[in-house]
Design a protein around this ligand. Structure first.
Ligand code: TRP
Length: 438
């Protein structure tokens, strides 16, 4: 598949694309609110350990599989299992990933639509000076309105498809080269605002104070599960992106860079939000409403709140867009291999995702079922199988060729993290999310 428009222009473009996939609603919406719910500092530390011990090794494995197979996730895993003399049925891991990506898109784009809607409502100044009750009602109205959500969700899917139709080099590559630096600048602007207008010290204290009493088994499990989701692992997003990476680039260095970006952006997002929450004497533990209710209330009470509120929701929309393209790319790559034109494949799959999105707008039960099934079943299962496959099944020859380890110690450490630590971690998350541990 080393044909034109199917390779990243440079290692940097790959880093931007993978960071774009990783940095999304998970970082800006979910990470701050679970940090809020689980009490701050101790949770953040556990999360960082999970990124290091589970996230980084599994991400390395996914990129390696993609680059070794050089195809969509299904065909890549199949190719690597054949090269390793293993059962080609391992390709089912790729198949589950392709399906999971479509299913995640069916609710992800609804939430992304809310963010788009907020760009308009905040930007038009309709929240300026509004009281808490008004803002709460507005959010309830939005999530209760079929037509508003349908419009926003449709716009978001069309934007995603437009980027994808352009291909890998000229579509995704060019989009992320513009979007990611913009996202970073917007985030720094918000950090500056939060520093100037918020209670920055209270925010920092909340995020980085170690309080051992906050370490519950629930906090550890949530941190572990989130480490997985935030790095886009377990479904082939990163695998298919890896298949477009040049053979010379170092996978190890690239993964560390992406992991650092994702982590720094999540932490900065927290540091940009909590000081505003504390400056307005509000609670950091509002749950999913933290971003859509608590934060707009804070902005409504602050000078230049409408302006910075708009910047904030623009940032969220960009982050969601660069993640959404990675949710559909595995299935597009798969249809392309089956002989479809890229444009036709993109339109067909975007239509499927759109229809699924309409169902999850229509019924909260569909929304929740899609969320539950992907996040709690398919992603952990995918991650578990990827770790086991890479750690125990893939031949040493393939690993050696792809990884070019210069240190035997690093190689051994990576292999054992994949063989034992990551699977154990994932099995525990898995058992817990299925309710087997309580
Ligand atoms: N990582 C993204 C976020 O934090 C979401 C995402 C994109 C994802 N692709 C993925 C999650 C693949 C799991 C698997 O919002």
């Amino acid at each position: 598949m080393e044909n034109t428009n199917h390779m990243w222009k440079s290692r940097w473009t790959f880093i931007m694309a993978a960071t774009g996939s990783a940095v999304g609603l998970g970082n800006i919406w979910k990470f701050p609110y679970i940090t809020g719910e689980y009490g701050g500092g101790a949770f953040v530390i556990i999360y960082l350990v999970c990124i290091l011990l589970i996230g980084i090794p599994v991400m390395t494995a996914e990129i390696m599989l993609g680059r070794a197979g050089r195809k969509d996730p299904i065909a890549s895993v199949k190719a690597v299992s054949q090269q390793s003399g293993a059962n080609p049925a391992w390709a089912l891991v790729g198949g589950m990933g392709v399906l999971a990506g479509l299913m995640i898109m069916m609710f992800y784009s609804v939430v992304a639509g809310w963010a788009l809607d907020y760009v308009i409502s905040t930007g038009s100044g309709s929240y300026a000076g509004a009281n808490a009750a008004t803002i709460e009602t507005n959010f309830a109205d939005l999530t209760g309105s079929f037509s508003s959500q349908l419009l926003a969700h449709s716009i978001f899917i069309v934007l995603t498809a437009l980027v994808l139709i352009g291909g890998v080099t000229n579509g995704i590559g060019r989009a992320v080269e513009i979007l990611m630096p913009v996202l970073f600048v917007l985030l720094l602007v918000l950090l500056g605002y939060s520093w100037a207008a918020g209670d920055f010290i209270a925010g920092l204290k909340f995020m980085f104070t170690w309080d051992a009493s906050k370490i519950t088994s629930d906090a550890i499990l949530t941190a572990m599960g989130h480490a997985f989701f935030t790095l886009s692992l377990g479904m082939g997003s990163i695998m298919v992106y890896g298949s477009y990476m040049t053979s010379q680039a170092s996978i190890g260095k690239t993964v560390i860079t992406i992991g650092l970006f994702d982590t720094v952006i999540a932490l900065v997002a927290g540091m940009a939000m909590f000081p505003l929450v504390f400056a307005n004497n509000m609670e950091p533990s509002a749950g999913p409403g933290l971003m859509f209710v608590t934060l707009p209330i804070a902005f409504a009470n602050m000078s230049y709140g409408s302006l910075f509120g708009t910047v904030f929701f623009l940032l969220v929309s960009i982050a969601a867009l660069s993640s959404a393209i990675s949710l559909l790319e595995p299935s597009i790559a798969w249809l392309e291999r089956k002989g479809f034109q890229r444009s036709g494949a993109t339109i067909a799959l975007a239509a499927v995702a759109w229809l699924g999105g309409v169902c999850s707008i229509y019924s909260g039960e569909v929304f929740n079922a899609l969320d539950y099934l992907t996040a709690n079943v398919m992603l952990p299962l995918g991650g578990l199988l990827i770790a086991i496959f890479t750690g125990w099944i893939v031949s040493r020859a393939v690993i050696k060729e792809q990884m070019q380890f210069t240190s035997g110690l690093v190689a051994t450490l990576w292999l054992w993290l994949l063989r034992v630590v990551a699977p154990a971690g994932v099995i525990i998350i898995f058992a817990n999310s299925l309710g087997l541990l309580s």
